[in-house]
Design a protein around this ligand. Structure first.
Ligand code: ZN
Length: 105
């Protein structure tokens, strides 16, 4: 699914949707941009001791993902196992948290 981000009209940097100025050039000339939500796992961690709301799904993975369009975001991962460079896709956004699923190659 698509996710909403921003980009800088001055230098084309892709930014998180909650940013109000560009992290590279400090311009405030930002525009909304839809990203396709696909990317590769840059890093991950396995959560065993989960917060109460997530205790019933533990253990699960939190992944740091480099989106193909140039933004690094974190989210929960729904697959059973994960590797660095695993291809993933955003399948949902729940309470402002991204949920990724594995993509078979
Ligand atoms: Zn900029």
């Amino acid at each position: 699914m698509n996710i909403t981000a921003k980009y800088c009209k001055n230098c084309d940097q892709i930014l998180h949707a909650d940013k109000n100025h560009c992290a590279s050039c400090y311009s405030k000339e930002l525009k909304t941009k839809e990203l396709n939500g696909s990317g590769e796992v840059y890093s991950y961690t396995k959560i065993h001791a989960a917060p109460k709301d997530y205790a019933d799904i533990a253990p699960y993975y939190i992944v740091l993902v480099d989106l193909n369009e140039g933004l690094r975001i974190t989210g929960r991962y729904t697959g059973q196992s994960v590797e660095i460079d695993q291809k993933v896709q955003v399948e949902a956004v729940n309470k402002n948290a991204y949920i990724f699923k594995p993509v078979e190659e």
